[in-house]
Ligand binder design. Structure first.
Ligand SMILES: Nc1nc2c(c(=O)[nH]1)N[C@H]1C(S)=C(S)[C@@H](COP(=O)(O)O)O[C@H]1N2
Ligand SMILES: [Mo]
Length: 177
């Protein structure tokens, strides 16, 4: 399965991630920073969430059945300090994006590793990607390797290039105004 269209001028090559050496680092403004190997991550409680996926360029994919770990669960694990207000996601291809901590508190916000009953394909973010259904797809970090809690907002890759930082699908917030 493949969806979407390539971004003009950008050829994205999918990083190849080896589960044997994969590490998810969760750090920054937290009481209990973590370095989780893949097996450690799989021990976190798994949930399923069906949601739609919307791209800023106008396309959507309906009824995606994601399985993974609620972002909430990660928050409980690392215990952000009171000053932590934002989260920056880092990816193995160098991509970054960031969100307000309170935008990540919904039950449908997942660190997903399965889509429609199968492990994520490389092109979809294998082994782990972020799903935030109320936000445009560029907030949906693929190949996540680092989650950093911050006091100040760090603008992500597209957000620094003029895409809306709020990326709210229902306000059709495609560009910064
Ligand atoms: N690591 C990483 N994540 C990324 C990107 C990227 O280039 N690298 N592109 C973003 C953009 S612009 C979009 S539209 C979605 C595309 O997700 P999809 O390939 O599952 O449709 O991934 C987002 N997450
Ligand atoms: Mo995009």
């Amino acid at each position: 399965m493949r969806w979407g269209i390539d971004h003009p001028g950008i050829t994205r090559s999918n990083p190849k991630i080896d589960l044997g050496t994969y590490t998810l680092s969760i750090d920054g403004e937290v009481e209990k920073p973590q370095k989780l190997g893949w097996d450690d991550f799989l021990k976190l409680p798994m949930v399923e969430s069906v949601s739609d996926f919307h791209c800023v360029e106008g396309w959507s994919v309906l009824d995606c059945r994601w399985e993974g770990v609620r972002f909430k669960t990660v928050v409980e694990l690392v215990k952000p300090k009171p000053a932590a207000k934002f989260v920056t996601f880092g990816c193995s291809d160098g991509y970054t994006t960031s969100l307000d901590l309170n935008e990540l508190s919904g039950d449908d916000v997942l660190l997903a590793y399965r889509l429609n009953g199968e492990a994520l394909e490389e092109g979809y973010g294998f082994p782990l990607r972020l799903i935030v259904p109320s936000k445009y797809a560029y907030k949906s970090a693929l190949w996540v390797t680092r989650i950093k809690f911050t006091v100040q907002k760090e603008l992500g890759y597209w957000e620094r290039r003029g895409y809306s930082d709020t990326a709210d699908v229902w306000k059709d917030d495609r560009f910064t105004r």
